[in-house]
Design a binder for this molecule. Structure first.
Ligand SMILES: [Zn+2]
Length: 405
């Protein structure tokens, strides 16, 4: 396929001006969409463009739009915001990005959404803007509509609240089907994560040399390469959140991402206090040999501690699984667990077994290094958290807590 010259030029321009973003710029998979009237990017790094329209955009605007969309992909907005209302998510994600880009002098195809535009301070996370937008919307629906109108049926408009699923994690009407047979080619979630890590390394190299890197990228790369968010806190948050979700007490205005990236707000993580029954839990522990017993025991201790703090007194079911279930019983202390195993790995077998426990388990927590195949969907009626050692892929239907040992 021959790319329109304008698009090629915009990519080259982006990669030249910000060499550390080159691998991201070149990873975009162009997909022509006559009639789109604009351009947009989905969560699989597919860049949809209307060949008739691009030539009308000045080069710096086209490069600016590309840059803006790449920011969504690198900041992983699709993963962070996939459970939220897509219209508000896109506005919130744009507000998170655009104050940084405006400081860099980036040009946009139309009036960009900024924190000021939605009446918020700069430098917050998309999740914080989202909560603010939702509050605004519920208190006065009309006012928000006037301020930040964004109808998903309208053509995309990068930077102005309509960017595609790269910003929301939810498919827009103009997007091709998810990756697979018969759909256009794009990047898998794992490939996307590899690009993110590569860009983070490039940023680190670039700032070590004589290169100039904007502060927001330096902070982003630092967090990407050396995450400071404690996995224990993230695990506690995920379990509390799943508990609230299962028992129907989620206060959506307090929803927070499972994996926070970029700058962290000033201690603004708030979780709803729970006054509801704690869910029944099964823990599937990968005992295929690659995870040290110490780490496993630590994670299990963490999980039971969190459940106790929530008022769980009934113990948890623990399954030790390699490619078969080696151990399955209800335990009250991590020491009661026998971590048998050592064969191949199939966490799907473990989840299936967990789903057969009666009465049924509402929350499944899988502890694994990810060197396993996964089922296409979680067991029916079960929320799944994956505690993942290392960088392997995990299914996107699970809430993933990554531990870099
Ligand atoms: Zn955007």
């Amino acid at each position: 396929m021959i790319l329109p010259l304008e698009l090629q030029a915009a990519r080259i321009r982006l990669a030249k001006e910000r060499p550390y973003l080159a691998s991201a710029a070149w990873a975009l998979q162009p997909v022509p969409k006559p009639g789109l009237k604009s351009m947009a990017v989905d969560m699989y790094w597919r860049l949809y463009y209307d060949p008739d329209v691009l030539s009308g955009w000045p080069a710096e605007v086209l490069a600016g739009a590309l840059y803006h969309e790449v920011c969504h992909l690198l900041r992983n907005h699709a993963e962070r915001l996939k459970h939220f209302n897509p219209r508000l998510s896109n506005i919130a994600a744009d507000a998170e990005i655009n104050d940084d880009l405006i400081r860099e002098g980036v040009e946009f195809p139309a009036q960009p959404v900024t924190p000021e535009f939605i009446g918020q301070p700069e430098n917050l996370l998309a999740e914080e803007y989202y909560a603010a937008l939702e509050n605004q919307e519920s208190s006065s629906a009309d006012q928000t509509k006037n301020k930040a109108q964004s109808d998903l049926k309208e053509p995309p408009l990068p930077g102005s609240g309509r960017c595609g699923s790269c910003a929301t994690g939810q498919m827009a009407s103009w997007e091709d089907k998810p990756l697979g047979k018969g759909s256009s080619s794009g990047l898998s979630l794992t490939e996307g994560e590899l690009i993110r890590r590569d860009v983070a390394r490039q940023i680190r190299e670039h700032s070590k040399g004589q290169g100039c890197v904007p502060g927001h990228w330096a902070r982003w790369a630092e967090e990407k390469l050396y995450p400071k968010v404690d996995w224990r806190k993230k695990l506690a948050a995920a379990i509390r959140f799943a508990a609230a979700d299962i028992t129907g007490s989620v206060d959506y205005s307090y929803r927070r991402p499972s994996r926070r990236q970029g700058q962290v707000g000033k201690g603004k993580v708030i979780f709803p206090s729970l006054r509801c029954p704690v869910p029944s839990v099964a823990v599937v522990a990968d005992t295929s040999g690659s995870i040290s017993e110490k780490m496993l025991a630590q994670s299990l201790a963490e999980i039971s501690g969190i459940l106790k703090s929530l008022g769980q007194r009934e113990g948890i079911h623990v399954l030790a699984v390699d490619q078969t279930v080696e151990f399955c019983r209800r335990v009250f202390r991590p020491e009661q667990i026998r971590l048998a195993g050592g064969g191949g790995t199939d966490m799907g077998v473990g989840l299936e077994a967990a789903a057969r426990i009666k009465p049924s388990r509402q929350l499944g927590i899988v502890i694994t290094d990810g060197q396993t195949s996964w089922p296409d969907h979680p067991p029916r009626g079960m929320n799944v958290i994956v505690v993942l050692f290392g960088d392997a892929a995990a299914p996107d239907w699970a809430n993933v807590i990554q531990i870099r040992a």
